[in-house]
Design a protein around this ligand. Structure first.
Ligand SMILES: *Cc1c(COP(=O)(O)O)cnc(C)c1O
Length: 482
């Protein structure tokens, strides 16, 4: 239920409203209202109240203050580690991994999660997931190096992506990593490597299908156009490559389960075909990532809690279809899953401080935070929620939330339900672990601390930047200062 409360009653518009409401049917009949004197126009201020019951648009926004985070006072965390501050709930990350792994392994015993590094490749995050049993999925030589530096064996690394250098591929093959080929140029380079190493190299082929609109055709070889079949045949024709894997990654934040069922169906049919036609036997198939997290997309009607499939939904969509593939039970290929967003989004929160509040010319409320798009790039996609870090009363106002950057585009949300806050008050933004940190930019502010909390203990897993750090590689030649 939505209630409108007219706060300032001093305009022609509000007089019209009064004139109207004095009539029983509440219709405004202007002929009952005679304007006697022309008054200066001022806009009415209408504040939307959202009362805490379910309505046809779903649940109301959270109004419960989030004074504590992972057992610690939000205020105290900021006193000790500054604001803004990323906070990782380690147990939640572990539970999330275990939940996904269980969902798939109960339905396909040879399932293995390879964590998509690009989502958040902080060493502590990757280490926790490796502790839980995750392999690494990397899409650049830099990420590959991070994984090796964390002591991941090459054979537990999946190397994807549209651009891998020859040196990176050489390293990956000599360390027995799994490489999925994206395009013919890469295939050629890998054949050269096979030649140099004097061996036949085992490879995976990345395919894409017409699944979503617009379809993801950038990566791999298209199935419907016949390119995927040609690529497998072409790889085999050289005599230097052996195709042992198929890879697909259907998109990101895919909450439409039919996309996964069609992708799995396509994989099975394609495997059957290349087995018959080319005698291919797969050691693995890889269904990629794209699983949704509990963040609501900007254009979505319903909150993500109500639309986001569970891991069980994904697993029961994908696994039974793959089990119909052309293999005996004991020869089932390994099944790789490459979740990124779904694993790390929810366990992270961002604590930010209110820098200013203002009344906007349209009558609405605006607030400026000390965190902007520089550390929250996902605001392009997500309607983040803002929960107060202290008691701020139950009066919720529709608010435009601005980031702290000196750029007009730095708007974190055009319209959010935010309780009354003042400069210095804290807001907690839940579910910020995916992509924001790895895509953060250093622009006019330094990146903040990132802490992880487990068993009551707080660990700094990334220290806030300093000016010296940011300028470390800059140089001013003497001639510029003479
Ligand atoms: C980015 C990426 C992923 C992870 O995607 P999410 O949407 O974060 O789950 C998995 N596999 C590949 C090949 C990717 O490029």
């Amino acid at each position: 239920m939505v209630v409108f409360n007219v706060l300032s009653v001093h305009s022609m518009f509000s007089q019209l409203l009064f004139a109207g409401s004095s009539l029983l049917n509440l219709k405004i009949r202007t002929d009952d209202y005679t304007m006697t004197e022309k008054r200066h126009y001022s806009k009415p201020t209408i504040i939307r109240h959202t009362v805490g019951v379910m309505n046809k648009y779903g649940r109301p926004p959270a109004t419960v203050p989030m004074n504590r985070l992972v057992g610690h006072e939000v205020k105290e965390l900021v006193e000790n580690y500054g604001s803004p501050l990323f906070v990782l709930n380690v147990q939640e990350l572990r539970d999330n991994y275990r939940d996904m792994s269980r969902a798939f392994m109960t339905r396909y015993p040879k399932a293995q999660i390879a964590y998509s590094y690009k989502t958040n490749y902080m060493k502590a995050v990757c280490s926790i997931l490796h502790q839980e049993g995750a392999w690494a999925e990397v899409v650049s030589g830099f990420e590959y190096d991070i994984a090796r530096n964390l002591n991941m064996a090459g054979e537990n690394i999946i190397f994807n992506g549209p651009y891998k250098t020859k040196a990176e591929l050489m390293r990956a093959f000599s360390e027995k990593a799994l490489v999925n080929i994206d395009n013919y140029d890469e295939m050629q380079v890998i054949e050269d490597i096979a030649e140099e190493l004097g061996t036949v190299l085992e490879v995976g082929i990345r395919i894409n299908m017409d699944l979503n609109s617009p379809p993801w055709h950038k990566f791999g070889f298209n199935l419907e156009a016949g390119h995927a079949f040609e690529a497998v045949k072409r790889a085999l024709a050289s005599g230097k490559l052996k195709v042992v894997g198929l890879h697909i990654h259907v998109g990101t934040y895919i909450d439409d389960l039919t996309i996964y069922s069609r992708a799995a169906q396509g994989m099975v049919e394609f495997y059957r075909y290349i087995k018959e036609q080319l005698g291919v036997t797969l050691k693995y198939w890889d269904m990629g990532g794209g699983y949704a997290s509990h963040n609501t997309l900007n254009w979505a009607w319903l909150p993500a809690e109500q639309t986001c499939p569970t891991y069980d939904h994904y697993a029961e969509t994908i696994c039974p279809i793959l089990l119909n593939g052309p293999f005996a039970a004991e020869d089932a290929p390994k099944l790789f899953l490459e979740p990124g967003r779904a694993l790390v989004d929810e366990p992270f929160s961002l604590i930010t401080s209110v820098a200013a509040q203002k009344r906007m010319p349209n009558g609405g409320r605006g607030i400026v935070l000390d965190a902007g798009m520089n550390i929250l790039s996902s605001v392009q996609w997500y309607s983040y929620n803002f929960q107060t870090g202290q008691d701020s009363g139950s009066m919720i106002e529709d608010t435009t939330v601005y980031g702290g950057l000196c750029m007009n585009i730095d708007v974190l949300r055009e319209s959010a339900s935010v309780p009354q806050v003042r400069r210095g008050d804290l807001l907690v933004i839940p579910h910020v672990g995916a992509y924001n940190i790895s895509q953060s930019w250093q622009f006019i502010y330094l990146r903040p601390n990132v802490i992880a909390i487990e068993d009551g203990e707080v660990h700094v897993i990334k220290k806030a930047e300093t000016r010296e750090y940011v300028q470390e590689f800059e140089q001013v030649p003497d001639t510029f200062t003479k």
